[in-house]
Write a protein that binds this ligand. Structure first.
Ligand SMILES: [Zn+2]
Ligand SMILES: [Zn+2]
Length: 79
């Protein structure tokens, strides 16, 4: 059985993944990196891909990720 992972992916305003170093404010640490800052946080599941709509604050993405993990746990339990 493949292990399912649910993670939160930070994204720029144009929906590309942000893997840059950022300050706690969400602004890029290195102005030369071409990073536009983190505009949203997408919950990503290894089985389903993007889950729901992106969240504008990580604060809102966290409970969505937990909820999706619990859905998987519930689905596995009924099998
Ligand atoms: Zn970035
Ligand atoms: Zn999933």
């Amino acid at each position: 059985m493949a292990r399912i992972t649910v993670s939160i992916e930070p994204q720029h305003a144009d929906f590309t993944k942000c893997e840059h170093e950022v300050k706690t404010s969400g602004r890029p640490r290195d102005p030369e990196s071409g990073c536009t800052g983190r505009a949203q946080f997408q919950v990503v599941c290894s089985e389903h891909g993007a889950v729901g709509k992106p969240h504008y604050l990580k604060l809102f993405a966290d409970p969505a990720a937990i909820e999706h993990r619990q859905e998987h746990r519930a689905a596995l339990a009924t099998r």
